[in-house]
Structures are given as C-alpha cells and as structure tokens.
Design a protein around this ligand. Structure first.
Ligand SMILES: Cc1cc2nc3c(=O)[nH]c(=O)nc-3n(C[C@H](O)[C@H](O)[C@H](O)COP(=O)(O)OP(=O)(O)OC[C@H]3O[C@@H](n4cnc5c(N)ncnc54)[C@H](O)[C@@H]3O)c2cc1C
Length: 405
C-alpha cells in the first residue's frame, strides 16, 4: 500500500495550490484527479486567458450562508500574493475591468505555474485515478480505495469543486464525502449562469439575440438581494452577459429581476423634455439611448408606432415607455443550468469547518477547500482568489497537523 502524509483529491485550482504549499513545507503529498486533462477549468476560464484574481477581492464579494467564513483565508493570502507568485514565474497580465486581472498569454501560464510549484514541493501525481471509497482507520489515517489499489494518508484534503460543467469532469464527490463524515450541505444550484424565460414571454425579444448594452440589474430585497452595473446580453433564449451572470447568483426561483436599461438617465423625464423643441420620431430618439433593434422592439411591445413623433405622443404614454425603460421587470423561468454555470452556489456548510484551516470539526485531518464549500464569488476573478486562499490555508494547516500527529 502507498502511504503519504497528505492526500489531495482534485487537481484543479484549489487542489494544486494546496498540494504545492504542503509539499514545499516538506510533507509527502499525493495529488489525485480522475480527469485525463489537468485543471480544465483554469484552461477555459476567462475566455482562455484566466481572470485569475481581482484586485479588490474581499468578503463582500462572496455569497455564503456564513458570510464571515471566508474573511480569514482571504486576508492571509491576497491578490497581491498571487500576483507575486506569477511574477516569480515571469507571467504577465493586464487589468481589464473593475480590478479583474487576466493573463496576457493563455491560461496555460497559470496551470504551468501551479504545476512547477507542485514539482518544487515534490508532489506525487496520480492522474487519472478514481477514488472509490474513503475510510478512516483506528489511528485516524485516511484509507483511500482507488481503482489502482489503496492509498493511505494522515491528512485528506478534498478539492473536487462544484457541479458546474459536468462534461469536463465535475462531480458531487466532495458533497458525498462530506455527508459520509456527518457534514451538512447548503442546497446547491447553478450560479453565474444565463437566465431563461418561458417561450411565450421571450417571444417578442428573441429577435434581439446578440444585442448588448450596459444596464443596472437588480433582484431580491435590500437585505438578501443585489444590484450590479454591468453589460447585459440578449440571447435567443433569455438574458446573459456579465450583469445577468452576477445577478443569477442572487436570483431566487419565482422572483423577478429588474433592469434599468438607461441607468444614467431618467428616461421618462428625458422623453417628456424631448417633446418641446423637436419634431423627432420616437424610434430615432430612443435609438440614441439604446441599440436601435432594441428601441424598435421596445416600441412594438408598447404598441407605439416607430415613426410617431415625440411631440405628438401624450405625456402619459411617454411616461409609461420611459418608466418601463428604467424598470424593465421580468420573471425568469429558470437558468441554463450546470451545463453553462461558471460556479455552483451552496455546498459544504462552512459552520462545521474551521475558517482559519478549512479543517472539518467532525474529522480531524479532513479538509474541504475551493468551490466545494459554501463560498461563491462574484464574476471577475473572485472564485479563483477563493481557490488560492483556501488552498494555501489548508495546505499550511495540514502540513502542521501531520507534523504534530
Ligand atoms: C467556463 C468557466 C469560466 C470560469 N472563469 C473564471 C474566471 O475567469 N475567474 C474566476 O475566478 N473563476 C472562473 N471560473 C470559476 C473557477 O473555474 C472555479 O471556481 C474554480 O476552478 C474552482 O476551483 P476548485 O479547485 O475548487 O475546483 P476545480 O478547478 O473545478 O477543480 C476540481 C478538480 O477536481 C476533479 N474532480 C472532480 N470530481 C472528482 C472525483 N470524483 N475524483 C477525482 N477528481 C475529481 C476535477 O477533474 C477537477 O480537476 C470559471 C468557471 C467556468 C466553468
């Protein structure tokens, strides 16, 4: 039987970071993954350029039933720490939008950094390898039954991620293992995901597929909801784009979303103002404010002829059109699901994990990190920052746990 100090299951963002840290602290670490291809989510992230962190990442950018849980790990391993790591490996990047950092070259640069950090820590790779069962022996060692024989380890770190994108290897392994050890789960659902609508509700807008504009989008109450100023993209099935992905993480089934299509203007007041001193057609005026195709469909759905002159339309009609532009209210019938979701909301309840070490309160030596736990970041590099930070916290803690055992 093979025996190690630490076994890490899941060689994605969090698992590789964690294995590298523990290995470099002198522990004998094995890193196991069932996939042929390494770190596939890093590879496809950020459109192939990996939005690896966000300069402004802080606890307020994460959703969790236990909102303070992420605070300690994020404070101890910051975006600057990851930037320093990339710099040591001569990887260059640029800031795109609101603190989002992307690689100048491809995402492979980040994967190569993590691989070489693992090599520097002497991490032993076992891929592709499936873990069929995990048990703890009388001395508290973790016994992993794999299709290639048993592996024993003093500490076990579970970094198998969430449920999004099953076709590249996502599984519910972490949740099953957590339950086996008596952990509670927070209900999971797709997040950072496009929203869909009933065919009849979306029919008037389906022709607008491809139209995009900057909006203010909101859902829920002041306490549990959120509001983002970001781009919206209309698709043939519903709404997508960064603003919608952000709001999808907060959206509750059955609830509406509210969209201000003209966030920098009081649309009703501006339309009423335009009545005087102009003979312009309403479609021409609206096309200055929103994309032309949207302006035309908007007027059609409000039964106003595109060629009608603003000056000839009654105030109450202009007010109705303007107010609707400022508060377009729609109720999605669902999301595009895990097939398209960038992350999984919910997961292992953090109230039974240590926020400084990520260790289970139920099984000493067992750790859960990354997306598998109930910490979900906004769009924009926050999810990787959580993977790095929780990976470092658990890597250091497990190395220490093994030393003292
Ligand atoms: C299309 C897309 C784009 C994204 N872009 C960004 C971005 O630009 N910035 C950002 O911050 N976040 C982004 N994310 C989210 C980010 O990729 C994840 O939050 C992050 O990868 C989570 O890290 P993790 O290590 O917890 O899980 P993962 O990186 O998903 O790694 C989990 C690993 O566990 C392995 N595994 C799963 N089940 C088993 C099992 N049963 N046995 C063995 N191994 C198993 C998997 O093969 C995988 O290698 C994106 C996600 C997607 C889907």
């Amino acid at each position: 039987m093979e025996s190690f100090d630490i076994a890490v299951i899941g060689a994605g963002a969090a698992g590789m970071m964690c294995a590298a840290v523990a290995g470099q602290l002198g522990r004998r670490v094995v890193l196991i993954d069932h996939s042929q291809r390494l770190a596939e989510k890093i590879r496809i992230s950020g459109g192939g350029r990996c939005n690896f962190t966000n300069l402004y990442a802080g606890p307020a950018n994460y959703l969790s039933a236990n909102p303070h849980f992420c605070r300690s790990a994020l404070a101890r391993y910051t975006p600057r720490d990851f930037m320093a790591l990339l710099k040591r490996h001569h990887v260059t990047w640029h800031e795109k939008h609101k603190g989002q950092l992307f690689c100048n070259e491809s995402s492979d640069a980040v994967i190569n950094v993590l691989k070489s950090e693992c090599d520097a820590g002497g991490v032993v790779w076992r891929t592709p390898l499936s873990v069929e069962q995990v048990r703890q022996d009388a001395e508290g060692r973790f016994m992993l039954d794999t299709h290639a024989g048993p592996i024993a380890a003093r500490a076990l770190i579970v970094a198998t991620g969430g449920l999004s994108i099953p076709k590249i290897g996502a599984t519910d392994f972490a949740y099953r293992l957590a339950k086996q050890f008596g952990h509670k789960l927070i209900d999971t659902r797709p997040a950072l995901v496009p929203l869909t609508f009933a065919a009849a509700d979306w029919e008037p807008f389906s022709a607008l597929s491809g139209v995009s504009l900057e909006v203010r989008i909101a859902t829920g109450s002041k306490q549990s909801g959120a509001e983002f100023d970001e781009d919206l993209l209309l698709t043939h099935r519903g709404l997508s784009g960064p603003g919608v992905l952000q709001i999808s993480s907060y959206w509750q089934p059955g609830e509406p979303v509210h969209i201000d299509l003209l966030p920098n203007r009081d649309a009703a007041a501006a339309l009423l103002e335009a009545k005087t001193g102009t003979r312009r057609q309403i479609a021409n005026l609206l096309s200055e404010w929103v994309p032309q195709r949207l302006a035309h469909v908007w007027l059609e759905t409000h039964q106003i002829p595109a060629e009608a002159r603003v000056a000839d339309l009654p105030d109450k009609v202009l007010r109705r059109v303007g107010e609707a532009l400022s508060r377009w209210t729609l109720t999605p019938n669902g999301t595009e699901g895990y097939r398209k979701a960038e992350v999984t909301r919910g997961g292992i309840d953090t109230r039974e994990l240590s926020s400084t070490t990520m260790m289970s309160a139920r099984a000493p030596g067992l750790y859960f990190i990354g997306e598998a736990v109930d910490v979900t970041g906004w769009l924009g590099g926050y999810n990787f920052q959580w993977a790095w930070a929780s990976g470092v916290a658990a890597g250091q803690a497990a190395a220490d746990h093994v030393r003292r055992a």
